[in-house]
Design a protein. Structure first.
Length: 333
């Protein structure tokens, strides 16, 4: 069966592309042929090896050739950053339903939502199979009368390369639009540099995060920064790191996959949700800089058993998705 997949794809955001890679692998392994809606279809095809259509101009063609539509994953259903973005993803749901397609909302974090956003989401998701990746999203939907399964992010199913003999480099991942978190990373970078540690700033969404990386580089003369091209490059980089301190959700997820110690900076409930599930440490603004320095010193990888459970949840979630696509949305076991 051909299925159309939508999300924040083709924008150069390594986290969303990592999530998509895990989702596509799972769909193809279960006999589905995905078609991805993307801002840059040729880039999506080149990176993932699947067919892609434009996220506006190609919607009708993609849906007409597909038997089902998947909205996910990622933080799509929220209106904190943009009401227009929420309207776009809800429009896709309505369009797919109007065309008589089976529609599944999968692997999403829901919210924050304004009162109007809550009304829109509750109405759009009524009667649909829904699976979310954190408990706060499930609780939010429950308050709207929408039942949801709990699954883990599909990026957790990616495989990291073997680590090198030594893993000394510390990677700092800022996020645009959160200057208070960048300030905490600056304080940490100065401390680590004074201690003679090897540190590097990493732009996970280069078009947005480069300014924050430059601020980090300017705070510590000689501190390098890099733009990560895709999730494969990120996994190679993380596998060779001794610590990741990230204000990006998928920085924490790929660190877990790479068995690399990590500390999170919480900009959104979905980050707090993953840290709770993985047993990681995190800091909300205003960040206690001394506590952050201590947490960086003591950070450990996600426990093997916890990582195994998360990966199992991601795999079980894909089994649930396959059943839902075939018309039997049984609960995840």
């Amino acid at each position: 069966m051909k299925v159309t997949v939508s999300g924040f794809y083709g924008f150069g955001n390594v986290g969303d592309e990592a999530l998509l890679a895990g989702l596509l692998n799972g769909l193809q392994a279960r006999g589905f042929e995905p078609v991805v809606l993307s801002r840059d279809p040729s880039a999506t095809t080149k990176l993932h090896g699947v067919r892609a259509r434009h996220r506006f101009g190609g919607v009708a063609a993609a849906l007409l050739e597909s038997g089902a539509f998947i909205s996910g994953g990622g933080g799509l259903l929220q209106d904190r950053t943009s009401a227009r973005s929420l309207d776009y993803y809800l429009w896709l749901l309505r369009t797919a339903r109007a065309l008589g397609k089976r529609v599944i909302v999968y692997g999403q974090s829901v919210g924050p939502l304004s009162p109007e956003g809550r009304r829109k989401v509750g109405k759009a998701l009524d009667g649909l199979p829904v699976a979310v990746r954190d408990r706060s999203s499930r609780e939010l939907l429950a308050s709207l009368g929408v039942a949801a399964e709990l699954v883990a992010d599909t990026a957790l199913l990616l495989e990291a390369p073997p680590p090198p003999p030594t893993r000394d480099r510390i990677l700092l991942l800022p996020r645009s639009g959160h200057p208070e978190l960048t300030g905490a990373l600056v304080a940490l970078a100065r401390h680590l540099a004074a201690a003679g540690r090897q540190i590097e700033a990493v732009a996970f969404h280069p078009d947005e995060d480069e300014r924050e990386c430059r601020a980090l580089a300017e705070s510590v003369p000689g501190l390098p920064f890099r733009r990560v091209g895709d999730h494969r490059e990120a996994l190679r980089l993380f596998a060779g790191a001794g610590l990741v301190v990230s204000a990006r959700l998928h920085g924490l997820i790929l660190a877990a996959v790479s068995r690399t110690p990590a500390v999170g900076l919480v900009y959104d409930p979905k980050v707090a949700g993953f840290l709770a599930e993985s047993g990681g440490s995190g800091f909300e603004p205003p960040v206690d800089e001394q506590a952050l320095i201590e947490a960086a010193r003591r950070a450990m990888p996600v426990a093997s058993e916890r990582l195994k459970e998360l990966r199992s949840s991601a795999g079980n979630g894909l089994d649930w998705l396959a059943r839902s696509l075939r018309g039997n949305p049984a609960a995840v076991r």
